[in-house]
Design a protein. Structure first.
Length: 320
């Protein structure tokens, strides 16, 4: 069963005087920790000038903030502040988000570039299939693209009101999704080449992914791709595809410059993940060609459900 919440997401936000595009900006920032205006423009299907105006307005109201990412001439990175997080906290659908995932999202200088890379990858997967010119991969609407924060936020015992994490000690991929063709897919971003003494971590992460996912997609930058490609060739049974970040960036830029009519790539609702320690891993929708939305189902939090009821609704007892 596919479990989706969010049918009241945008309607409820109107109560606190936010437009649909503003609420979607907050939604993107919660999932990704930080993004640039250019990725928001891709996902929202509007030009950067309009997004910049909305981000400026949200910043004036104290919902978001931004700062320059050091080096490489990158533009400002936008993140969600406490007030913006409280706006999401007003929503009944997000009552299950643990306190640890309601903190202000100001990225550190150390993590900012990795966060930016993850934002670009999420926007790239949401593009129409033909816009990813070198890679034959399924389009994944942003709402159905499961980030690390999505998975961590529901990694708790489902019949309890207090979050109790059950995924300690497991490697968490940067993101994941599911398709009919590939099954469960882990997405990883490797920005820098690891020192020789910690390269075994790369193999460990790949091995753990291979036990929980049918396929792995590793997006790499610069020389980091050498190590990933080497391991992918050494372990062909792990079904690892390596993609250069340069291809991701080129496709995003070409899409926004093209004459193709831009549409909103967010999708409908928000999909509840399963704890990482459960198999199959996630209760995200199966994305098919031409599918724009998924079946809507009742919220699984509260409502007096037993653990067995919730497990059945989330498909925890259903094998692929």
């Amino acid at each position: 069963m596919i479990v989706v919440v969010g049918s009241l997401f945008f309607k409820r936000l109107k109560v606190i005087d936010l437009s649909k595009i503003d609420s979607q900006i907050l939604f993107v920032l919660w999932k990704l920790y930080g993004v640039q205006v250019s990725q928001l423009a891709v996902l929202l299907g509007v030009d950067e000038v309009k997004v910049t105006r909305r981000v400026r307005a949200l910043r004036e109201r104290g919902y978001v903030d931004n700062a320059l990412v050091l080096g490489d001439g990158e533009k400002a990175l936008v993140w969600l502040k406490k007030k913006g997080m409280r706006a999401l906290g007003e929503l009944e659908e997000y009552a299950w988000i643990p306190d640890a995932e309601r903190r202000e999202n100001k990225p550190s200088n150390m993590l900012a570039k990795h966060i930016l890379g993850e934002a670009k990858i999420a926007a790239w997967f949401a593009l129409p299939k033909e816009a990813r010119r070198k890679h034959d991969l399924m389009t994944v609407p942003f709402s159905y693209y499961q980030t690390e924060r999505d998975v961590r936020s529901v990694a708790y015992v489902l019949d309890g009101k207090t979050p109790k994490y059950v995924d300690k000690g497991l490697h968490m991929p940067d993101a994941l999704y599911r398709s009919r063709a590939d099954g469960a897919v882990a997405i990883e971003y490797e920005r820098t080449r690891k020192p020789r003494n910690v390269r075994n971590t790369l193999i460990t992460n790949m091995r753990q992914n291979s036990k929980r996912f049918n396929k792995q997609i590793w997006v790499t930058a610069h020389k980091a791709g050498l190590d990933v490609s080497d391991k992918a060739a050494k372990y062909p049974d792990w079904d690892i595809e390596v993609i250069e970040m340069r291809d991701v960036e080129d496709d995003l830029a070409a899409y926004m410059k093209s004459d193709v009519e831009k549409v909103n790539l967010i999708g409908e609702g928000h999909v509840i993940s399963k704890p990482l320690s459960k198999l199959p891993l996630v209760a995200y929708p199966v994305v098919s060609e031409g599918v724009k939305s998924v079946e809507k189902a009742a919220n699984v939090t509260g409502n007096g459900d037993t653990k067995a009821d919730v497990a059945t609704r989330l498909g925890l007892n259903t094998k692929r």
